[in-house]
Design a protein around this ligand. Sequence first.
Ligand code: NAP
Length: 265
Amino acid sequence: MAGRVKDKVALVIGAGSAGPGWGNGKAAAVLYAREGARVMAVDRDPAAAEETRRIIEGEGGTCAVFAADVSRGGEVAAMAVACLERFGRIDILHNNVGIVEVGGPVETSEESWDRVIAVNQRSMFLTCKHVLPAMERQGGGAIVNISSVAAIRGLGVPYISYTASKAAVLGLTRSIALQYAPKQIRANAILPGLMDTPMIRRPLTAAYGGDEAKMIETRNRQCPMSHMGDAWDVAHAALFLASDEARYITGVELVVDGGLTLRSA
Ligand code: NAP
């Protein structure tokens, strides 16, 4: 089924990978391109976004790179302008950025709280703020916001700011979905479970006393399928929600977790 987002423009925020291999944003950007979209790959790390561009162009696709810290309004506004200048429209807004800082309410400093809320929550408000007017002018669009099952379940590691920010993403998504439904703009959230992506390595290994193998083994064991998911599992869910196949689906919270949230313990 090639061409599922043919002729669309996808603005993928956090399109680089946090480390070697496939992160959720990089996989989504590449999959949108494989399915016919022109992609603007946005990341605060331009080298990471360039790698995504190289992969897409190497496969014959079209990709432009824009470096921005999307927790900053001015940079997000410039990003939206750049995408419109380059491609003329924005059909898909894919909000992938998210960071984890481990700690409960007592251990978390105010600076850490503010940093995580700014990157995980404020950024999605800002990208929607600056992209929605273009979608409205075009007469439609699709927003995919990456939340986490951490928004709705405890996962064994206390990260209060991450949990709170990912829950806020759900409220933001529902609110936009309802307000913009009359304008044919859809907004949906994906809640990945325990995924084996580069981003988990550093912050979560610290929560396991620096023992990465133990962290990986514990996460695999937590999953009903006995293994974590990967970036492609999230990317395929995003592709569906962003495509016209999901044209009557808005405001949903799509859990991609191999059954993790079915467990009571
Ligand atoms: P990723 O897509 O590999 O990396 C995200 C990219 O976003 C990185 O290149 C990162 O740069 C960039 N970024 C971070 N803050 C940014 C900012 N303020 N402005 C612009 N770019 C920024 O990461 P991932 O692990 O696959 O996770 C992606 C999303 O999935 C996150 O929202 C995460 O919360 C969610 N998620 C992941 C899991 C999991 O188990 N992996 C589970 C549930 C949900 P830096 O490397 O410089 O930070």
